[in-house]
Design a protein around this ligand. Structure first.
Ligand SMILES: Cc1cc2nc3c(=O)[nH]c(=O)nc-3n(C[C@H](O)[C@H](O)[C@H](O)COP(=O)(O)O)c2cc1C
Length: 168
């Protein structure tokens, strides 16, 4: 967990302002409470992680708005650093923005001058998602009959342009 936060700490930030703080959660009682503030996999109806798939830790990313009023890019970079180091360590991660922030603030006693930006759920991966090419712009992930998660990504030629937006 500390390796993940250290990678985030060393990540670039606008004007090197470093407005982010982190709370690491690994206390089993708190894990349940944090879980109750999160919404999972919006495109899958009625999806909930099973008992064996519950995250084993969380890293909560906080923003000190006294330091920076435009921290969104910094938060994106930091969350990616966390996810990549976790992956390197054999952990799976899920970034969560659908968070009941009021409830989470109360549970973790986060002072009002820190905004809760994102939550990263971490654990040993229970699934092997498949990356597909999005067909007709449909980017909704889905589960096949074997319970394998398919994640459609837009085709490279649809997102990468050479020298002008008009060119293919
Ligand atoms: C900023 C951000 C917020 C997200 N919020 C949620 C969330 O609240 N709940 C969830 O289950 N997944 C969430 N995700 C995960 C995305 O749904 C997931 O990254 C996307 O479907 C692509 O899948 P992949 O990460 O396997 O490529 C979020 C991802 C990002 C980058």
């Amino acid at each position: 967990m500390l390796k993940c936060v250290d990678a985030a700490r060393l990540s670039p930030s606008a004007a090197n302002l470093q407005p982010l703080k982190y709370i690491i959660i690994n206390d089993p009682k708190l894990l349940k409470k944090v879980f109750s503030t999160l919404s999972w996999a919006g495109y899958l109806s009625d999806y909930q992680p099973s008992e064996g798939e519950m995250p084993r830790a969380y890293i909560i990313i906080l923003v000190d708005e006294k330091i920076s009023r435009t921290p969104n890019h910094d938060t994106g970079i930091a969350v990616m650093s966390i996810s990549m180091v976790a992956h390197d360590e054999g952990l799976g991660s899920c970034i969560l923005g659908a968070v009941n922030r009021e409830k989470l603030r109360e549970i973790l006693k986060v002072p009002e001058d820190l905004a809760i930006a994102l939550v990263v759920a971490l654990g040993y991966p229970a699934e092997n998602p498949v990356v597909d090419t999005a067909k007709a712009g449909d980017i909704k992930y889905w589960l096949d009959e074997n319970g394998v998660l398919h994640v459609p990504k837009r085709h490279l030629k649809d997102v990468a342009k050479w020298n002008s937006y008009q060119n293919q």
